[in-house]
Write a protein that binds this ligand. Sequence first.
Ligand code: SME
Length: 191
Amino acid sequence: MNGRDCPHAILTPRPRAQNASMSYAVTRYDFRDKPRDYARLRDELASLLAGERDLIANAANTAALIFAALPDVNWAGFYFLKHGELVVGPFQGKPACVRIALGRGVCGTAAAQRRTLLVPDVHQFPGHIACDAASRSEIVVPLIAAEGLLGVLDIDSPLPGRFDAADARGLESLASQFMADAGQAATRAAL
Ligand code: SME
């Protein structure tokens, strides 16, 4: 990859003397001020996705950014609605279950109810689907496009109670930024 192939790398160029190629340096925030740090992360995401409309490319970079930036996360990625069920999309973490029926597990429930689900203890969630046995808490944000449900953004943590209402608002804002760039009808048709 070089600077021309990777326009957002312009944000964080490394001196040519050290490294002739360009790379994206992900900031790892401490999230002691969650609204502030999620707002910064949203700005990073906007720069990362700027000018690109490909759904898979943007989902892959969104998952990678979230996984790299958030502490205590063991899985971050997407499930997209295809022919009435959720199918795993780009993600970071261990290999995951491929298909989830609407109404099943945390992802399928969030998708069916079209609302963010915050699960402090996955062992207490009836029907939780364990893709990574290390996961102890989870948050799932539905992705709603003008045409309807596009899928969900799913984040897992090995810590119980890792996510709170501020994480929910922050991750909803990241999902909304992702949808602004990728949730277009033209890219949805490519699913
Ligand atoms: N735990 C999810 C399944 C997806 S994985 O966590 C990646 C669920 O219950 O829907």
